[in-house]
Write a new protein. Structure first.
Length: 118
């Protein structure tokens, strides 16, 4: 059973944009909102060169990495062909307009040290 942590209201995330969730000594999580108000959460690091996905452009159910324009699927965290690689995906729940993330995933997934993009 999941333990959920309230993060923000859906309206706090820009349409076609993102909001970052800081994690102690680990890479932040990016929460995205598309034009249909669907909400997604991914590790804020592109699988290519570690670019900050939260600074990318959201379109449909994808985000374009701001460094090299790789297209990353918001539903699965995977790069679209011909590019390859995935970033970590986090469970999201929206109830009464409030975005929640699974606290166990926040504390356990992708805890490698914070690195900077090259």
């Amino acid at each position: 059973m999941s333990n959920w942590k309230s993060i923000c209201r859906v309206d706090d995330i820009p349409v076609l944009g993102a909001r970052r969730v800081a994690r102690h000594q680990a890479t932040d999580v990016a929460i995205f909102r598309n034009a249909e108000d669907k909400v997604f959460a991914l590790l804020d690091r592109c699988p290519h060169k570690g670019g900050p996905l939260s600074q990318g452009i959201v379109f449909g159910e994808s985000v374009a990495c701001p460094l090299h324009n790789w297209t990353i699927g918001l539903a699965d965290g995977c790069a679209k062909s011909p590019d390859e690689g995935c970033t970590t995906k986090f469970k999201v729940k929206v109830e009464a307009g409030v975005v929640h993330l699974d606290i166990d995933e926040l504390n356990q997934l992708a805890l490698d040290p914070v690195c900077t993009a090259a």
